[in-house]
Design a protein around this ligand. Structure first.
Ligand code: CO8
Length: 266
């Protein structure tokens, strides 16, 4: 079994910056391996997302790999000789699930490669900001496997069958422009502006009513899996529920009084 326990040299493999009020910026920091997602990175990401989920001071999260690369996939060196049983026993889905279930808005800021597990990680976000250098792809087929963290599922939902099939079957890498055109990217920017743009958006989101944002996210993601009528019903119930929040009263009052609202998350 691969040993992925903590190693003193890896203490900065994930960094979290709290310098912007109400926003956490998570950065993967493994440049020597193009930010490949080894198990320790995924474990630390899960721990970080878990902490941020319960941190009431944080209202929005930016996820990035820094200025030059987002993540070049799962760590191929860790998987090269693994057996099926070993892969099963790693239970990496437990790490991914923490990110998928994070109720707060997540913005991925992508420069450079977002391949394989890296592309799948970006797709765990709610919004993807990409610099012009960004390159997306699910090249797993070229190394003898298939996407293992949602690439056959989330990519389909994001870009539709024919773009997704082309990407996962051929392993073709797509440019930021193409990714934007097919709907895999929310907003394109210059590379130097990617993180700043994501940070500004996160700051804007952090000023929004947090309960409403979380209800919206939960229902929007659930609705991919439920019939339209059930989704509409969920939406209606949450919409009605929000009228019990102080933030709804504040939002309406601020509009009527022609001032900026001050949301408190109650
Ligand atoms: N895993 C491990 N190491 C990597 C990875 C990776 N995915 N990508 C890059 N590296 C390492 C290289 O081995 C190299 O290390 P070293 O200097 O020790 O040789 C270092 O990073 C720099 O890489 P390159 O010299 O190759 O840099 P280039 O700029 O020439 O190329 C590329 C960059 C195009 C990103 C190239 O490195 C590449 O093709 N990487 C592999 C991309 C890939 O196939 N990704 C998919 C992996 S499979 C996957 O993600 C399955 C997901 C399943 C979900 C997870 C569940 C477990």
């Amino acid at each position: 079994m691969f040993n992925y326990d903590n190693n003193a040299d890896d203490s900065n493999i994930i960094t979290v910056d709290f310098s912007t009020p109400k926003v956490a910026v998570i950065c993967i920091n493994r440049p020597e391996a193009k930010n490949a997602l080894n198990i320790l990175v995924r474990k630390r990401l899960a721990e970080t997302f878990s902490e941020l989920t319960f941190n009431d001071d944080i209202h929005a999260i930016v996820l990035t790999g820094g200025e030059t690369v987002f993540a070049a996939g799962a760590d191929l060196k860790e998987m090269a000789t693994a057996t099926s049983t070993e892969m099963m026993l790693r239970h990496t889905e437990r790490y991914w699930n923490v990110i998928a279930q994070c109720p707060k808005p997540i913005i991925a800021a992508v420069n450079g490669y977002a391949l394989g597990g890296g592309c799948e990680l970006a797709m765990h976000a709610d919004i993807i900001i990409a610099g012009k250098s960004a390159i997306f792809g699910q090249p797993e087929i070229k190394v003898g496997v298939i996407p293992g963290a949602g690439g056959t599922q989330r990519l389909f939902r994001a870009v539709g069958k024919f773009h997704a099939m082309r990407m996962i079957m051929t392993g073709v890498l797509v440019s930021a422009d193409e990714a934007y055109r097919i709907g895999l990217v929310s907003q394109l920017t210059e590379d130097e502006q990617t993180i700043a743009t994501a940070l500004q958006m996160a700051t804007d989101l952090a000023r929004m009513p947090p309960i409403a944002l979380q209800q919206m996210k939960e229902i929007a993601l659930l609705s991919e899996d439920v019939p339209l009528n059930a989704g509409l019903c969920l939406e209606r119930k949450a919409f009605q529920l929000l009228f019990s929040t102080e933030d709804q009263k504040e939002g309406a009052a601020a509009f009527l009084e022609k001032r900026h609202p001050n949301y408190v998350g109650r």
